[in-house]
Design a protein around this ligand. Structure first.
Ligand code: NAD
Length: 434
């Protein structure tokens, strides 16, 4: 069991419970020189980037890497050997070889960046083996998987963090601090979306349908909700004073995949003749227990620049994050948008400031580094990570709930209360530094 005795493991579980009750920063600091040992599962595009980021964090070691693609595993292995002087053990014997990786005694945590359908199985096995789980987004595809994550974490005492990096973007963090400081008054409404022309990650340049493309053929729903909903959920204290109750979802018709394939590979190409279930633009409306609403978009198949929207509205004003605009009553000139950037600087979140995150380049910049840092910090200190298993389940539940709502012609679907009522007493996320 992770090199930890049964007794030590139970004590760690109790400490984590206490840390959760007090807020995430409260547990004892573990010695900084103790290595944090992470096993990687899935080292394609994102997994390679996470591996690189993990290697940049002092004290992290990567003894094991798993991928069904031998070249991908070897590439990550070389990266780790070059950076640390020690080659990891590679697990490349098929799509369940991660079972051998999670069983290793010398790992504290397992991180997965596989295609979506493997996230829950890998995380559940990791937690059962006494490891911290860190999963790429979304953490689950079905309500049953959401419950499986929650119940496994509760039963084993092992946390599972969905590595939702957009929560650590500079504007998302600054808005979080502004919310906590009452700048927007009482929150009323948010609008956010993953709006990113992603057709190239569904069909590659060789004209092959990739794993995401398989979902586009069979699934019609918001399959990628967590980037925009993560920050909104943190602003609104979801699972920490409020909770999502209902969702209604609709999808526009499907045109983008077919036309993309026809334009790139000709009208006779099989992918230009294929029917796709996934509508080009998904719109969902979510209601919270405390009377807030959220409009959530997924727009992957129309030609457009990237934009997360990030509109947040309260009784005292409104921010339009992606437009760099803000209006605050009795502060801004009447009926006039002000630029958001000076406010973003004024309300810079301590995490962003302490990491000097603006200076970090590559990928999504400082936000990705902070995400991985916060995960490693929780593993090292045996605390609950700031995004817990309830967040992973709630944010990911939008995938199946939106699919069900669309199939029922926009009928509302209820969010399960994954916290079992704990949302009423769990305190909001702390504003704190690194
Ligand atoms: N947070 C972000 O900003 C962000 C960005 C990109 C991707 N992602 C997420 O990362 C994950 C991976 O996406 P990607 O773009 O890197 O995809 P990818 O196809 O580039 O990589 C997936 C990797 O998983 C491997 N794999 C597949 N099945 C496996 C199994 N059973 N066991 C072990 N390895 C397996 C593949 O061989 C491949 O190397 C997805 O969940 C995606 O949503 C997140």
């Amino acid at each position: 069991m992770n090199g930890m005795s049964r007794r030590g493991f139970m004590q760690a579980g109790a400490a984590m419970g206490a840390a959760l009750a007090l807020g995430t920063g409260a547990a004892q600091e573990a010695p900084k020189d103790k290595p944090v040992r992470v096993g990687m599962v899935g080292v394609g595009g994102r997994g390679t980037y996470l591996t690189k980021t993990l290697l940049e964090i002092p004290g992290v070691v990567l003894p094991a890497v798993c991928d069904i693609n031998k070249e991908h595993a070897a590439r990550a292995g070389k990266m780790i050997a070059d950076a640390s002087g020690k080659a990891p053990e590679l697990y490349t014997n098929g799509e369940r070889d991660w079972e051998r990786l999670v069983a290793r005694e010398d790992l504290d945590a397992v991180v997965t960046a596989t295609p979506w359908e493997w996230h829950t199985p890998v995380m559940v096995a990791a937690m059962k083996a006494g490891k911290y789980g860190g999963t790429e987004v979304p953490a689950a595809l079905t309500i049953d998987e959401c419950w499986e994550l929650v119940r496994t974490s509760e039963q084993t005492g092992m946390p599972c963090m969905m590595l939702e990096n957009v929560c650590y973007f500079e504007n998302a963090l600054a808005i979080l601090r502004m919310v906590r400081e009452g700048v927007f008054g009482e929150l009323i409404h948010a609008e956010a979306g993953y709006q990113h022309d992603g057709r190239f990650v569904f069909i590659n340049d060789a004209g092959e349908l990739l794993w995401r493309g398989q979902h586009a053929i069979k699934t019609n729903g918001n399959v990628y909700p967590t980037h925009p909903i993560g920050p909104v959920a943190q602003w609104m204290n979801i699972n920490r004073g409020d909770r999502f109750t209902r969702i209604v979802s609709m999808a526009a018709k499907s045109r983008g995949m077919k036309s993309y394939a026809a334009k790139k590979f000709g009208a006779d190409h099989p992918l230009a003749k294929q029917d796709y279930a996934m509508g080009d633009l998904n719109t969902s409306l979510i209601e919270t227990e405390n009377g807030c609403t959220v409009t959530l978009y997924l727009d992957l198949f129309t030609p457009r620049p990237y934009d997360l929207i990030f509109r947040l509205q309260g009784t005292k004003g409104i921010v339009m994050g992606a437009w760099d605009k803000i209006y605050l009553e009795d502060v801004s000139p009447k009926d006039t948008w002000e630029p958001f950037k000076p406010y973003m600087d004024k309300y810079m979140h301590p995490l962003w400031k302490d990491h000097n995150a603006g200076a970090i380049t590559g990928g999504h910049g400082g936000g990705d580094y902070i995400t991985v840092f916060e995960f490693v910090k929780a593993v090292r200190n045996k605390t609950q990570p700031p995004q817990d298993v309830y967040d992973a389940a709630t944010w990911s539940a939008i995938v199946p709930l939106s699919v069900e709502s669309i199939a029922a012609h926009g009928a509302p679907r209820e969010f399960p209360d994954f916290t079992g009522g704990k949302w009423k007493t769990t305190p909001p996320l702390e504003i704190r530094g690194a």
